[in-house]
Design a protein around this ligand. Structure first.
Ligand code: C2E
Ligand code: CA
Ligand code: CA
Length: 670
């Protein structure tokens, strides 16, 4: 590097350095100095005028060192050099030199810092550096910002996860984990712990860029900044995939859970399949330790292991000869011919025989579900599913209870299982239909938009209404495929209408689960492109429940914004039924409010509803939103809405959902 021309700042530079500083020429003669030499070393300007630097302050400096100072073209630092004070005493300093131009001549800038004038971080600092280097060289590390976006990852991490630095930076923390409910729960626990300022440690499953799984022992550490934006989270990970794979394989081969000695879920499945083949009757009891992850967070690994072992002991004592299995970390199954009242007594037994940690009973709550074979369910998978549904009901009612579902509920569950099976087939054969329901602009009386609604008639199970179909599809993840199917049909139809001079937009319904897929926006845009459909022809309806969940998930919001930028309009469906929040209405790119039909149906019956709807419409307008009312069935409802300034309506008053040809007819009739 060539010397910097700092000539013009000569005086300021020397004057403003807070330690003795000089400009000297390459022969060692003093050109300029500041007052700090007097303060620290006792030399006045006069002293330096009478005696050269070399013969006064630098008299103790070895000839070689002096030559290095004068001749080195590079900046140098002497950590510890002895200089001579004016009273003849020696003083330890750190010395810095740097070549520069002074009055267009080659010169040196020299600064000396007396060591006792500064506090040295020396050893401690070095220790920190060593520690960091040690961690970086033997662990995978990832640093996250306060919102959970990745800011960097070290070489080990990149190698294992197959990410490139460019790609991984800006991805979210959630992207590092598999998209299973268990993993999502785990990631949530880690995230919460970090945000509470605490360290999280444990074994977790992660995924590479390509979605392959690997296991790590994770230590996640929050570093709190002075501002919340400065907060960083550091993930230090040790790859334990090999150990874990061996353990999992062993468990699979041995069909035994290593920790408790109980059979595992694979073995349980074959035992039950055999029992069913033999026609034996039994109760399938699924037991789940409530809030296990909280208990786990409060105690260390040892306590957690002890808890599971002790719990297993009590199960074995109480259920004696029954068949028992461990399903996962905190869930167990007991197969027993014992009656329901006895099974439920297990909770009392647990209370009488608590599990202790440090002489304090760990508060344990158990949620359990009982399903009977053959009365309730008929296969292993259905028994499992029904039990989970039972436990969900138990939890909703407060937990710590073992219950069974009614015969009717089991019937519904069975139907859901059938729907699931048939739906998969229907999707593969593109056997779903789409109906369209028009919306009318109240000012112009024209049809501007149609909502696409799914219809399904299965040859085996008959008509399945959306209200039955959608929840099952959401639970099984098939909603993503329904969504993709509906979008494609909507785009194709919108384009066809467009070419036929029928200028209507198509509005499709979307579930939050679809947007959890990080590629949702991308695949929507791809479908638009594939079908040659301009984004302006498509609207997406999201429910209030969706909005509430999206509010907390940056990646959903970002995807919505990305689509909005391309011209897709978002509609807030079922407005008024959920948890209308101004926050998400500001946060999410919503342009249209769709007032739910329950309000409209009581519109003409109650004055209170009238004021409420009037208020909703004014609220929407004040936020610059378009307001749409759905479920409009009568002229009277339409007129009232019109008088409140509602923008458009949808409902049987105009038309039921109909085939596309019928839309053409309705459009042309207006
Ligand atoms: P939604 O989005 O609120 O759709 C409006 C529902 O009200 C439709 O029922 C429609 O047929 C019905 N409806 C329309 N006008 C009137 C009226 O004037 N009076 C009365 N009483 N009802 C009217 P549908 O088609 O059975 O759909 C039910 C729900 O299923 C929809 O509610 C929507 O949440 C969901 N859904 C339908 N298709 C899809 C889809 O393709 N994807 C997703 N994710 N959800 C869908
Ligand atoms: Ca809708
Ligand atoms: Ca609705």
């Amino acid at each position: 590097m060539s010397p910097l021309p700092i000539d013009q700042m000569k005086n300021e530079l020397v004057d403003h350095t807070p330690f003795p500083s000089f400009f000297i020429n390459l022969q060692g003669d003093l050109l300029e100095s500041n007052n700090w030499s007097e303060v620290y070393f006792g030399y006045t300007a006069d002293d330096f005028a009478q005696n050269s630097l070399r013969n006064s302050l630098f008299a103790s400096v070895h000839e070689e060192a002096w030559n290095v100072i004068l001749t080195s073209e590079q900046a140098i630092r002497f950590n510890n050099l002895q200089l001579v004070m004016s009273n003849g005493n020696l003083i330890d300093v750190s010395l810095f030199t740097k070549r520069c131009l002074f009055n267009d001549e080659q010169a040196l800038f020299v600064m000396s810092i007396p060591l006792d004038a500064v506090h040295t971080m020396g050893d401690n600092y070095q220790e920190l550096i060593d520690l960091r280097n040690g961690i970086q060289s033997s662990f995978m590390t990832v640093t996250l910002d306060h919102e959970g976006f990745i800011v960097n990852g070290n070489q080990h991490f990149l190698k294992t996860s197959h990410w490139t630095p460019k790609r991984v930076v800006g991805k979210t923390f959630w992207r590092l984990f598999p998209e299973t409910p268990d993993s999502e729960k785990m990631a949530q626990t880690i995230w919460k712990t970090l945000n509470n300022g605490q360290i999280w440690q444990g074994e977790v499953e992660k995924v590479t860029k390509n979605g392959e799984s690997y296991w790590v022992y994770l230590t996640a550490i929050p570093t709190i900044g002075t501002k919340s934006e400065d907060t960083r989270f550091i993930l230090i990970e040790k790859d334990i995939t090999k150990e874990k794979t061996i353990q999992l394989q062993l468990e699979k081969i041995a069909f035994i859970d290593a920790q408790t000695g109980l059979m595992n879920v694979h073995r349980l499945e074959s035992v039950i399949t055999d029992m069913i083949a033999e026609g034996r009757h039994f109760s399938f009891v699924y037991l789940s330790i409530d809030k296990f992850y909280t208990i786990k967070d409060l105690h260390d690994q040892e306590v957690e292991n002890g808890l599971i072992v002790e719990f297993t002991k009590r199960m074995k004592m109480y259920f004696q000869d029954s068949t028992m299995a461990r399903i996962n970390e905190h869930e167990f199954v007991v197969i027993t011919p014992l009656p329901e009242w006895f099974i439920q007594g297990f909770l009392n037994y647990l209370q009488q025989h608590p599990i202790y940690n440090d002489n304090i009973a760990i508060p344990l709550a158990i949620s359990g579900g009982i399903s009977r074979y053959p009365e309730d369910q008929s296969t292993f998978l259905q028994l499992m599913k029904a039990s989970l549904a039972t436990i969900a009901t138990v939890r909703e009612a407060g937990g710590n209870n073992i219950a069974s579902l009614s015969r009717a509920t089991h019937k519904t569950l069975n139907r859901q299982a059938v729907i699931e099976k048939r739906l998969l087939l229907a999707l593969n054969q593109q056997n779903l239909q789409v109906l369209y329901q028009p919306q009318m602009d109240l000012q112009t009386g024209k049809i501007t938009t149609v909502e696409a609604l799914v219809r399904w008639t299965d040859e085996e199970i008959g008509v399945v209404s959306p209200d039955e179909l959608i929840p099952v599809a959401e639970e099984t993840g098939l909603i993503n495929r329904i969504g993709a199917f509906m979008l494609e049909k909507a785009c194709e139809q919108a384009v066809a209408w467009h070419h036929a001079g029928i200028h209507v937009k198509v509005s499709i319904n979307s579930s939050v689960r679809e947007f959890r897929d990080k590629n949702m926006a991308k695949s929507i845009l791809e479908t638009l492109e594939k079908t040659n459909c301009p984004a302006q022809l498509i609207q997406i309806e999201i429910t209030e429940k969706f909005a509430l969940e999206a509010e907390g998930e940056t990646s959903i919001i970002n995807q919505m914004r990305q689509l909005e930028e391309k011209g897709i309009v978002f509609v807030l469906d079922d407005f008024g039924t959920g948890y209308a929040s101004f926050r998400y209405m500001q946060l999410l790119p919503i342009e249209i409010l769709k007032i739910d039909q329950t309000f409209i149906s009581s519109l003409t019956k109650s004055e209170k509803t009238q004021r409420l709807i009037d208020g909703m419409i004014q609220l929407g307008k004040s936020m610059n939103l378009t307001v749409l009312a759905e479920g409009v069935e009568t002229e009277e409802q339409k007129s009232l809405l019109e008088s409140y300034g509602c923008d458009s309506i949808q409902g049987y008053y105009l038309s039921k959902p109909v085939e596309w040809e019928e839309i053409e007819r309705l459009y042309k009739a207006r």
